[in-house]
Every structure is written in C-alpha cells, then in structure tokens.
Design a protein around this ligand. Structure first.
Ligand SMILES: NC(=O)c1ccc[n+]([C@@H]2O[C@H](COP(=O)([O-])OP(=O)(O)OC[C@H]3O[C@@H](n4cnc5c(N)ncnc54)[C@H](OP(=O)(O)O)[C@@H]3O)[C@@H](O)[C@H]2O)c1
Length: 353
C-alpha cells in the first residue's frame, strides 16, 4: 500500500532573513515498505540555526533538512515495533520511510528510550539531544573549566545550547555571565542560577558592561553569536583563556562578507586557545553525554524550557521566529497530537507561540 505524505521545501533561495513565502508545502507518495524498512510519522520537528547556514548549499526545491521525533507506524525491521519513538534526520516530512535504520551515515534511526521518567520525550531534541550535547562537549572538551571561580561568558544564553552551557558551568563552580535578547530571557537566566544576566539589546556599551561584570577578565567564552559582539569579548580574555566557537548566528543571514579585527596578535600575547567544532565529532561518546545530562535533569539540576509552535505546516514560521529570538529554550514544532513531549512538567516550562 502506498502512503501520501507532506514535505516542506525551500522553494526560493533565502535572501537575508528567510520569509514564509520562500517555503512550499508539497505532497509526495511513499513506496510500500520492503523488508528491513520502517515507516515513521513525525510527532515533533526541530528547527535549529544550522538550517539557515546550511541552506546556502541547498537548491531550490530541496526538502528542508532537520531532525524529527517520530513514532513508528509500520515496521518490517526486527528491532523496531509500532509505537516506538525515534529520532531521525528525516528533513521536514510528516511521514517518511527509513530504508536502512542501522546505517550510521549520516546518523542511524535512534530509539528514544533514555528520557528520565516524568520528563517529556521532546527533551531528545533539546537538553537530551543535539543542542545539549553541543553544550556538554563544547564546554567540557574545548573550554575545559580548570579551576573553581573561572569566569564564563555565554551568549544566546537563554536558547537551547546556551541555557545548558550556563547551568553546566555553574555546576562546575564557574562564575557565569549570560547575554540574551529580552528582559524575560534575562529573568529566566537568573532563575537558572546565572551570576549575571544582561539584555544585550538594551545594555548600551558591551565594553562598559564587561569592564563592570568581568573586572578580572574572562577565562572562558562560549560563543554562539560571533560578529562584533565577539570582537569586543575577545579583548577581555585572560591569559590562557579558552574560546569555543560554537556558532555565529549574528552572521547567518548576512548577504555580504563581514570583516572583523585580526586576532592572531591577541591569541599569541594572551596564549588563548580558540577552537571551532561540530558536535558530531563526539558521536561515539553520545550516550555517555546523555547519561550525564539525564542525571542532572533527574536531580533537578538541569532546568529547561521549550517554545512550541503548533502545526507541521508552520515549521517555516518557527524557524524564522527562532532566528529572530522568539524562543526561550528549544524551539520545536508540534506535528501530531498524542506526542508525549512539550508538556513542560517537572523542571520544564512551556511557552506557546
Ligand atoms: N557547532 C555545533 O555543532 C552547533 C550545534 C548546535 C548549535 N550550534 C550553534 O549554537 C548557537 C545556538 O543554537 P541553539 O540551537 O541553541 O539556538 P537558540 O539559542 O535556541 O536560538 C537562537 C537564538 O539566537 C539568538 N540570536 C539570533 N540572532 C542573534 C543576533 N544577531 N545576535 C545575538 N543573538 C542572536 C536569539 O536569542 P536572543 O533573544 O538572545 O537574541 C535566538 O533565540 C547557534 O549559533 C547555532 O548555530 C552549533
């Protein structure tokens, strides 16, 4: 039997900030399952900043890329049964067939059976998924907090990655200064235990703020934003400072080349280690990271929020909203009723858009 499914494609190349009219909803027909195949129905869809930067390599008509949390609705594979919850880089599709679930390229079909009881399965797209792992490995493997009291600066701090970075750094005895784009987000950072939280849109001079809040300099900079913000932060780094270049969201919608200061002299004189990374570098340590973060969630030491948008067809709005800062915590799209996620119980809270 064939199945009709919907997909969302990039209908027109983005010019600066994407517009809803750049996307199109299309139908496709899925072939009947063969032995070894699994048919999945998307319950939640993740929108992430990398979609904007990677879209530069896409052609018009390509399906939007991305990870989904889905339910198995038919299986001809011995390891999957109807009802299993799974993560997959399916792209923006409401139903899809996985031909070879165990193929690790680019990522296998992954069962979601590791979320602590009482917490939503949607954490597998946030704290207990790719963004959480980004915070965990970016902080522990690149920034390596070495002694208690080190000063950490993180931006996009109320987002999926930043909120985890700040809480992990606090749990390791660091002093954490977070920057975010609204007063509500600043309030949230205080609730999470950040030592200082600043609205970068209303703060005035970043130079003055750093002199005041980081008078002894910065030991660790977890950079999610890049651009001129980072240019200023870099000049406040201490000797042997560590900079994890995680993202540069301030640049993703740029249409031209952006020029910054030359950093080599500073890196030498301050003996700074600055390293970019892609989280999938630590693919082999993934479940170890999930266990560590899961333990913190279970103990109430890792709080989270999710911002949800209702309706598969509204994924473009969710992506644009996230790029414009409308989310607190992970931005996700609810595609089907009946998913056990996004209900924000326990230490989580939910904001609906
Ligand atoms: N290297 C990796 O493997 C990897 C993996 C995942 C994510 N990342 C990167 O990590 C960063 C955060 O990702 P996320 O998933 O956690 O997203 P997120 O923080 O949940 O959402 C994006 C946030 O970025 C902020 N933002 C948008 N434009 C900005 C600008 N011009 N200046 C400053 N802030 C801006 C907005 O918050 P405000 O209201 O605070 O502006 C927005 O809410 C992104 O740069 C992403 O590309 C990297």
């Amino acid at each position: 039997m064939t199945t009709k499914s919907s997909k969302i494609v990039m209908a027109r190349r983005f010019d600066g900030m994407p517009q809803v009219s750049d996307f199109a909803l299309q139908e496709e027909t899925l072939a009947p399952l063969e032995d070894g195949d699994v048919l999945c129905e998307t319950v939640w869809l993740s929108v992430d900043p990398y979609m904007r930067s990677y879209s530069r390599n896409m052609k018009e008509g390509d399906v939007m890329m991305g990870q989904t949390l889905s339910k198995v609705v038919e299986s001809r594979h011995p390891n999957y049964v109807v009802g299993d919850l799974v993560l997959y880089y399916s792209g923006w599709r409401d139903q899809y067939v996985v031909k070879n679930p165990d193929d690790p390229r680019p990522w296998p079909l992954q069962k979601v059976n590791y979320i602590p009881e009482g917490h939503p399965s949607t954490l597998s797209l946030g704290v207990l998924g790719m963004p959480g792992a980004t915070a965990y490995f970016g902080l522990n493997e690149i920034c390596k907090p070495v002694k208690s009291g080190e000063t950490v600066v993180v931006n996009a701090a109320a987002g999926a990655v930043g909120a985890v970075v700040g809480q992990l750094a606090k749990s390791q005895g660091c002093r954490v200064v977070g920057f975010a784009g609204t007063d509500e987000k600043v309030e949230y950072l205080r609730e999470l235990g950040f030592d200082e939280a600043v609205n970068y849109k209303t703060m005035g001079s970043l130079e003055d703020v750093l002199c005041s809040l980081c008078p002894n300099g910065i030991d660790i900079y977890f950079d999610n934003v890049g651009g001129s913000f980072s240019d200023t932060v870099m000049s406040h780094m201490n000797q042997f400072g560590r900079v994890s270049v995680c993202g540069c969201i301030s640049q993703y919608n740029n249409t031209g080349q952006s020029i910054g200061p030359r950093l080599q002299g500073l890196l030498i004189s301050k003996q700074i280690r600055m390293e970019g990374f892609l989280v999938h570098r630590w693919k082999d340590q993934w479940m170890e990271c999930m266990e560590a973060l899961g333990a913190l969630v279970r103990e109430g030491k890792m709080k989270y929020r999710e911002t949800t948008v209702d309706g598969f067809e509204r994924a473009p709005e969710a992506l644009i909203g996230m790029l414009q800062g409308e989310n607190i915590g992970k931005m996700i799209v609810k595609c089907q009723s009946g998913g056990s996620g996004g209900d924000g119980d326990g230490d989580g809270e939910q904001c609906k858009q």
